[in-house]
Write a new protein. Structure first.
Length: 74
C-alpha cells in the first residue's frame, strides 16, 4: 500500500459528516474520471496555434527536442 493511500484510509477516524463529504468527493471523481477535461478558450487557442505551426512546417527535429530535455535533466 502506498503512503498516500495509507493516509487516506485514516479518513475512517474522522467525524461521520467529514467521512460523508470525503465519500461524496470520491464518488463524484469516480463517476466523472473518464469524461474529457473541459478546455478554456486560452488553452484551445494555444492548441490551435500549435497545430497551425505544424501545418506550416514550423517544427523542431527529434534531436533538438532531445537536447532541450537533456539540458533540463529530463
Amino acid at each position: 500500500m502506498t503512503k498516500l493511500l495509507d493516509e487516506v484510509l485514516k479518513l475512517r477516524t474522522l467525524a461521520e459528516a467529514d467521512q460523508e463529504a470525503a465519500a461524496e468527493f470520491l464518488a463524484n471523481f469516480m463517476a466523472h474520471r473518464d469524461e474529457p477535461e473541459e478546455l478554456d478558450a486560452e488553452t484551445i487557442a494555444a492548441i490551435e496555434e500549435g497545430l497551425a505551426q505544424v501545418e506550416r512546417g514550423e517544427v523542431r527535429s527529434e534531436e533538438d527536442m532531445a537536447e532541450f530535455f537533456r539540458r533540463r535533466g529530463a
